[in-house]
Design a protein around this ligand. Structure first.
Ligand SMILES: Cc1cc2nc3c(=O)[nH]c(=O)nc-3n(C[C@H](O)[C@H](O)[C@H](O)COP(=O)(O)O)c2cc1C
Length: 378
């Protein structure tokens, strides 16, 4: 089985399973959008969340419906090419994991170009350049948000990646490094001329980290700076109303949702129902059985990829995000943080189904986990 590509690639070692392509999920619809030559059925995308938006999560969230595009976690360009196990695992995909964009990062042009070529040669569909990550281990080597401080360097890097491949290339960035350097509109204008197919803009500066509110005017300034490429608005979308407001107030063509999808895996379906004119769509509530089956399915897909030992460990960090939203009683959420085997998970899931909704704690806000403390020390 091969992955979709303009260049008839060789069979990809990164593809898990051997199933036919999914039914017409990439068919254009009135609500869809064309981005870099790809027709996406919805304008609402999953934003990358390193450590969470791995293959299993992307597959299960797609199964819930309404997602137009998923992007992998950021992958270090040089590691992808040299073939470290971790980098290759991050780009592992599946025939149902489409449409997909792979996000790469790095401060050196030659690494980014080599990674882009590697992705093209291995049949991937599209490339996104990370220009928003605030973490020191990424910015320290000149990648992530650091690129936004060096306009010439950023343009050289983007231009060379675009020229190196036939795949569509997009950029995801923040408003700028800090309040005094809001470089996003200028960079977006330049990147459009260099041939990028879209810009995703998280409406915060690097200095803000994840604090404060997302700045919709800042996103709007990027929308106004480009001529015709789609701008994808991003940041703090937790509800259908937030998503519609993002589009209305910024004029963005599409919206990327990250943490909101972890807290509410049905957010894309709710948006799709609302856009189809279903007045109850925004209120859609999955049944307790559906909620538990989401949990089981996510874990099952993890085990399929990583086996029992690693999946038990990796799934534990989802407990905090899923706990209150999926009606999981506190003691069972605690057990989800510690379980050791597939059998134990199955027993916990059975109990969650039986005792669904008996949780005492209200919806948490503190469980929206992000790096904290002064951004200088991240
Ligand atoms: C834990 C975590 C991991 C993230 N990883 C990435 C990443 O790999 N690539 C990226 O471009 N952005 C990453 N982001 C930023 C998100 O994609 C998004 O821009 C940000 O969280 C704001 O959107 P949201 O409020 O919808 O989550 C990450 C954010 C968080 C909280």
């Amino acid at each position: 089985m091969t992955m979709q590509s303009a260049t008839a690639p060789p069979p990809s070692p990164a593809v898990l399973g051997d199933q036919p392509p999914p039914p017409s999920s990439a068919e254009p619809t009135a609500r869809g959008i064309t981005l870099g030559g790809r027709h996406l059925a919805s304008r609402y995308f999953l934003a990358p969340l390193a450590g969470y938006t791995h293959l299993a999560f992307r597959r299960v969230i797609r199964e819930m419906g309404g997602v137009g595009l998923c992007t992998t976690d950021l992958v270090q360009a040089s590691h992808l090419v040299s073939g470290t196990r971790w980098a290759r695992e991050l780009v592992q995909t599946h025939s149902t994991d489409t449409p997909l964009t792979v996000q790469i990062y790095g401060g050196e042009v030659r690494h980014m170009v080599a990674a882009a070529r590697w992705l093209e040669d291995h049949g991937y569909q599209a490339i996104d350049i990370n220009m928003g990550c605030p973490m020191a281990k990424i910015t320290g080597s000149g990648g992530g948000a650091r690129l936004m401080c060096n306009g010439d360097g950023a343009c050289q890097l983007v231009g060379e990646v675009v020229r190196a491949v036939r795949l569509p290339v997009s950029v995801k960035m923040r408003l700028g490094w800090d309040r005094s350097r809001l470089t996003a509109p200028l960079l977006a204008e330049e990147f459009e001329q260099l041939g990028v197919c879209a810009i995703t803009i998280h409406g915060r500066t690097r200095q803000q980290g994840f604090t404060g509110n997302v700045c919709l005017e800042g996103i709007r300034a990027v929308v106004e700076a480009v001529k015709s490429i789609p701008v994808v608005g991003n940041g703090d979308v937790r509800t259908v109303a937030d998503a519609l407001r993002m589009r209305r107030e910024t004029g963005c063509a599409a919206v990327a949702i990250g943490r909101g999808a972890l807290m509410d895996p049905w957010i894309f379906r709710r948006i799709a129902l609302a856009e189809e004119g279903d007045p109850q769509g925004a209120e859609f509530t999955p049944s307790p059985a559906e909620q538990t089956s989401f949990l089981r399915r996510h874990f099952e897909l993890m085990v399929e990829q990583h086996g029992e030992f690693l999946s038990c460990r990796n799934f534990r960090k989802f407990a905090a995000w899923y706990g209150a939203r999926l009606g999981i009683p506190e003691d069972l959420e605690d057990r989800l943080r510690q379980f050791e085997s597939v059998a134990e998970f199955a027993a916990i899931a059975d109990q969650i189904e039986e005792r669904h909704g008996t949780r005492l704690e209200p919806l948490p806000t503190a469980l929206i986990r992000t790096p904290n403390g002064p951004v200088e020390y991240w």
